[in-house]
Design a protein around this ligand. Structure first.
Ligand code: HAM
Length: 418
């Protein structure tokens, strides 16, 4: 039996990879304009890194990590997200000694053992960005504006930005206590998972999709009403900066995140087009993470976008590249001339295809159509003898005569492009 890929791990075939390149190139352009530089970190890290950063009681660490013991008896994990590894590198290379303000972006595969469905995979890809060293809410606003610019540049008006604040170690315990006492009275309506979360991570109950839990938490106290004055001011400034930059957003006080390192601002770009996989990008502030991982007390904020989900939203658009020209030949005798022109045009940067198999003219022209070539050119005895050929524009059949040379063909294709 033929072998297949592992469940939840996908191949990205040529038609699809054009869309991916478009996403990656747009992100690089927008992020680099904002002063971010690329960092590349390993896909495999010590398991402890993710336990200490994402949190021992999160779904990711409890259920979803690809963890194994390597041949040297070390527990290692395929990264389920990018922030932990990037911050590990920031600390390990003492990047903060040069400048605590680092603006970093990364892209690549992440791994989570989740139940695969549309928009949710076991190997998926993120493009993420992180700023360290800035407490000021200006950094929050820049990150959110950059994310919004990315979606505008890529041509998606959906998804929309939702923001929240989860407070800090000073004010969150009081909120957690208020939420617990609210939930305590409604315990019998909560699902089994939420009852367990009640003790470890009660905020997660706000995120539960089970109808009983949704109903039971409908009147739960709001995190925004329990912020300390520092967190309250910070959140108000983020909102003010977003208004100054005309960045559309809405506040969602029930938004909680699946990773424990967040403090203050959290956010998601949400779509209604992908069913339950509504978050296309997500992130927030993590002011305690760097010190928690053994580094100095340096704050941070960032986000990651899900490439598969963005690609699904872009599904309607065609990003495959098509040849500029298809060269057809009447017979065997013209193939040397055709190959010489083909080779010269490729070397001059024209995307050109030709018939490799000596097929009939009709089948060659069918192939030109199938490949969606912009132009076609037929070489027969007459063309070789006269040194001139007719270049046909496929979209409307318009024909233009040109010298049968790289420069001759190039002049027609380029003229039409300009
Ligand atoms: P996250 O919310 O776990 O955050 O993931 C960010 C994004 O990755 C999601 O919004 C989604 O688009 C995509 N994603 C997550 N899991 C899957 C999956 N199984 N299949 C397909 N796409 C998925 C983080 O990972 C944080 N590190 C973000 C961050 C960066 N926070 C601060 N800096």
């Amino acid at each position: 039996m033929a072998l297949t890929a592992v469940k939840g791990f996908n191949d990205i075939l040529p038609g699809e990879s054009g869309r991916w390149q478009h996403i990656e190139q747009t992100a690089r352009r927008v992020f680099e304009l904002n002063g971010f530089g690329e960092i590349r970190v390993p896909v495999l890290e010590k398991t402890e890194l993710f336990c200490r950063s994402i949190g021992d009681t999160t779904d990711i660490v409890e259920k979803e990590m690809y963890t194994f013991v390597d041949k040297g008896e070390n527990s290692v994990t395929l990264r389920p997200e990018g922030t932990a590894g990037v911050m590990r590198a920031f600390i390990e290379h003492k990047m903060y000694t040069q400048d605590p303000v680092a603006k970093l972006y990364y892209l690549g595969p992440m791994f989570r053992y989740e139940r695969p469905q549309k928009g949710r995979y076991r190997q998926f890809h993120q493009i993420g960005a992180e700023i360290t060293g800035v407490n000021d809410p200006l950094a929050d606003a820049q990150v959110l504006n950059m994310l919004t610019s990315f979606f505008r540049e890529i041509g998606l008006s959906e998804p929309t930005l939702q923001i929240n604040s989860l407070g800090c170690p000073e004010c969150r315990p009081a909120y957690r206590a208020a939420l617990r006492s609210y939930l305590d009275e409604r315990m019998e309506h909560l699902c089994e998972d939420c009852r367990r979360r009640f003790a470890t991570n009660p905020l997660r109950t706000l995120d539960c999709k089970v109808p009983g839990c949704v109903a039971a938490t409908a009147g739960a106290p709001s995190v925004l009403e329990h912020l300390c004055s520092g967190c309250d001011d910070h959140f108000a400034s983020v909102c003010r900066y977003l208004k100054i930059s005309s960045t559309p957003y809405s506040i969602n006080a029930r938004m909680v995140r699946g990773l424990d390192y967040y403090t203050r601002t959290t956010f998601e770009m949400v779509t209604g087009l992908l069913g339950s996989q509504s978050a296309v990008a997500a992130g927030g502030r993590y002011d305690g993470l760097i010190s928690q991982l053994g580094g100095p007390a340096i704050p941070g904020i960032g986000f990651a976008m899900g490439v598969e989900r963005i690609a699904l939203l872009l599904n309607e658009q065609d990003f495959t590249t098509h040849p500029d020209l298809f060269i057809a030949t009447m017979g065997e005798g013209e193939r040397d001339t055709a190959f010489s022109l083909f080779d010269g045009l490729l070397k001059s940067g024209i995307r050109v295809e030709m018939d490799y198999e000596g097929k009939s003219l009709k089948s060659q022209m069918r192939r030109a159509d199938k490949l969606k070539a912009s132009y076609s050119l037929v070489i027969g005895e007459n063309e070789v003898a006269s040194g001139r050929a007719t270049v046909k524009r496929m979209i409307d059949g318009r024909q233009t005569e040109a010298p049968l040379s790289v420069a001759g063909v190039q002049s027609i294709i380029r003229r039409s492009e300009g």
